[in-house]
Write a new protein. Structure first.
Length: 485
């Protein structure tokens, strides 16, 4: 299959709408199995045809049974119709190199974009260049939908039950007469996302333009300001659907370890913990697991706004009396909270201390999971670019000496899919051991997944779902036999 090649250069700004189907929900361990995308202009009119690909899954990665039931994609179709992962990211790199491309999906910032980052990284490409280089940017339609539902809901049908809205794509589509019968197919979901975007843009063009402008970091900083002591509205899943995922917050301090993040206080939550407790006590409560947090000690009313994750924010002036009443936002309570914070001048320093120490996380089990451990050295990044330039010129494979041990490991694994015939016997044995280790590690190991498939097969399922589970059972049995598990 030929790589993507644009017919004509694109000089205007454009949106690239995309969606993924994956083997599971963990971008560190799971993989993309279907990609679909459609480029449009800023009027949301198509530029070219939609583009979709299935992707093969390497033996060290298991398709989770729950994911297979949702997507209907099993090993058979992926083996027959899929391309290798490195081919997908070669083609995507070509598409994303179009200048002034804005990547956009539905819940892509938290989910799909992470799979793109890890995929680029695994295949020796920059994990971040496609998000910003050449004037590129990102947006997330989920945040735009939440902002619209909260502040300017007229003209769109919102699925609301008992006063609580749903922001699931399928339910939003059904509420607005969009055909969601093929939901959870990547291309169908791209079309649903684009259909919902058109409905929002048509009903609320000014809000659409405002939300779209937030993909500019400079625009964001106009609202998320530390110098004005002025509340803003912040959209986030942290505020729950019951609150329409929006809250009035006050920017307090810059994150001490990440200049892209601003610490804010939720002005409608209990501020006593934040104002009265020490930094150590706040940190302990903030980073405690939900099950460990005592019921009488709620989560501290602080959050972070990540400027590099295209947050949806708005000036407090966009909250009229009608919207405040509908959202149960008490403006008097906001003013009282501001007065209490103003009387605590030590709060910025205290909150910086809360975030001064990084929470402890488990060490990545393999290079594939270590994207965020550190930045790739510049010299190694240039070696990666040269590797792919040589490949484009026809070089089948080139061994590269990396100073970063992660890239050395990733290159070894990449060789198995790009140039298996050039691997030495020791390289083959090393990869065999790697696959076996990956299939036996963690809670979602091969024996556990085989048991999960068998449990699901014992239940009543429609023929298509039973068929994909049977495929998985056979595939996992073959893996177990081959790797002696």
């Amino acid at each position: 299959m030929k790589p993507y090649s644009p017919r004509t250069p694109i000089s205007q700004r454009s949106f690239y709408w995309y969606d993924l189907e994956t083997t599971g929900t963990n971008p560190k361990r799971d993989r993309i199995i279907q990609f679909a995308g459609q480029r449009t202009n800023e009027d949301l009119e198509p530029i070219g045809d939609p583009w979709t690909r299935f992707v093969k899954v390497p033996p060290e990665v298991l398709i989770k049974p729950d994911a297979a039931l949702i997507t209907g994609l099993g090993p058979k179709v992926l083996k027959k119709e899929g391309i290798e992962e490195w081919e997908l990211f070669r083609d995507l790199s070509e598409q994303f190199q179009q200048s002034r491309t804005c990547l956009i999906g539905f819940n892509n910032i938290s989910f799909d974009d992470e799979f793109l980052r890890y995929g680029m990284y695994r295949n020796l490409r920059s994990a971040y260049d496609h998000e910003w280089r050449s004037g590129n940017s990102r947006l997330d339609l989920l945040g735009i939908a939440q902002l619209t539902c909260a502040l300017r809901p007229e003209g769109i049908n919102w699925p609301i039950a008992d006063g609580v809205p749903s922001f699931k794509l399928e339910e939003l589509a059904n509420a607005n007469a969009l055909d969601a019968s093929e939901a959870h197919d990547a291309l169908a979901d791209v079309e649903l996302t684009l259909g919902l975007a058109r409905a929002i843009k048509r009903a609320k063009p000014r809000l659409w333009e405002f939300a779209s402008s937030l993909r500019s970091r400079d625009t964001l900083r106009k609202y998320v300001s530390l110098s004005r002591f002025k509340p803003i509205l912040h959209v986030s899943k942290n505020y729950s659907n019951k609150r329409f995922c929006i809250a009035p917050v006050l920017p307090i301090a810059e994150h001490p370890r990440n200049r892209n993040q601003i610490i804010v206080v939720d002005l409608l939550s209990d501020l006593n913990v934040v104002l009265e407790n020490s930094a150590e006590e706040i940190r302990s409560a903030l980073f405690a697991h939900r099950g460990e947090r005592e019921s009488e000690h709620p989560r501290p009313a602080i959050h972070t706004i990540a400027l590099n994750r295209v947050p949806m924010v708005a000036p407090i002036t966009m909250l009229g009396d009608k919207e405040a009443k509908r959202l149960d936002i008490d403006k008097v309570a906001i003013n009282s909270a501001l007065a209490a914070i103003s009387a605590c001048p030590s709060l910025p320093q205290k909150l910086r201390e809360v975030y001064q120490s990084a929470p402890e996380y488990d060490k990545p089990a393999a290079a594939e999971e270590a994207l965020y451990e550190r930045l790739v050295p510049d010299a190694d990044a240039e070696k990666c670019r040269k590797f792919w330039r040589n490949r484009a010129r026809g070089t089948l494979w080139q061994d590269v000496e990396f100073s970063d041990s992660r890239l050395a490991d990733l290159a070894d694994r990449l060789k198995t899919r790009m140039a298996h015939e050039l691997m030495s016997e020791s390289e083959k044995r090393s990869y065999f051991s790697f696959v076996r280790d990956r299939l036996t590690q963690g809670e979602e190991n091969l024996p556990a997944m085989r048991q999960k498939v068998q449990d699901l097969l014992s239940q009543n399922h429609e023929p298509p779902k039973k068929e994909v589970l049977t495929e998985l059972e056979l595939h996992m049995k073959e893996l177990a036999n081959h790797y002696g598990i």
